[in-house]
Write a protein that binds this ligand. Sequence first.
Ligand code: C2E
Ligand code: MG
Ligand code: MG
Ligand code: MG
Length: 281
Amino acid sequence: QAKGKGKNSICFYTSDINDRLVHYQDITALLRRAIVADSLQLYFQPQMDLNSSDMGSCEALLRCFDDKARPVSPAIFIPVAEKSGLINRIGDWVLDAACKQLRAWQGTALEKTRIDINLSGRQLTNHHLADHILRTLQDYGLDPSQLGLELTENEVIGGDEEQIGQLERLKQAGVHISIDDFGTGYSSLVYLRKLPVCSLKIDRSFLHHAMENDSDMAIMQAMITVGHRLGLKVVVEGVETPEQDKLVRDLGCDLAQGFLYARPMPAEKMPAFLADMNSGD
Ligand code: C2E
Ligand code: MG
Ligand code: MG
Ligand code: MG
């Protein structure tokens, strides 16, 4: 998606923003303005517990809007934020916003809902990350088990002992740790036994091809088996159809996330979603 066109003029192409080419500098400027104006927003997408049909947790997905209030895809702006270094400020903002939301849900029907935030590998290089996360949770009067962190394989595996140690501390404190987009990265399964992980989130590309493609089906089955044998919860991303829902249940996945259950939504919509879900439709 990102095409290099010489120094400092990397172009990102997206159909989300009216098929126009967006330049690295434009996105950086947009992000800076959004930080200053405090106009970033978290959307939330439920992860359904397939055994109890409850909401297991929800993933926080960052949204940034352009000057015409059109959403810019995180697939576009997160890589820019990582490259420019803005990801540290943005990552802090996401953590704070998630904690604020958890706090606001206390005493409501959503008080048991964990929020999982996405972390960039670059945030892991901050030696104080674990302290910072645990202190923020404490400042908001939250239990660490109310927060989850999602990291991709490459981000975790690229990490050194010190970084793994930080994740270890967070997990021991009760923070839930998931490997995101599982199956698309480095995928040396040997690393899984060394890593402080609670869940695997199987990348949606496997599910989307599993119906037509025997190899993707076989890979998915193998990933679920490995996850379960290691005592991990297995989450499948990208469930869009009832057929896919049936498949992931038949395969024994623990949780599922996808447009079939709910699209990412602003926090205001979550109570109604939960109420609808509990009323049985
Ligand atoms: P991700 O962590 O794998 O998040 C799941 C993505 O899949 C989200 O895209 C979500 O909207 C989308 N999705 C959910 N269900 C379905 C479905 O049924 N079908 C399809 N086709 N897609 C589905 P989104 O929100 O555009 O985010 C894209 C990526 O941007 C995320 O992938 C994550 O890697 C990154 N991202 C988002 N928010 C943050 C953040 O706060 N920090 C960091 N570091 N990265 C973030
Ligand atoms: Mg994620
Ligand atoms: Mg991701
Ligand atoms: Mg993912």
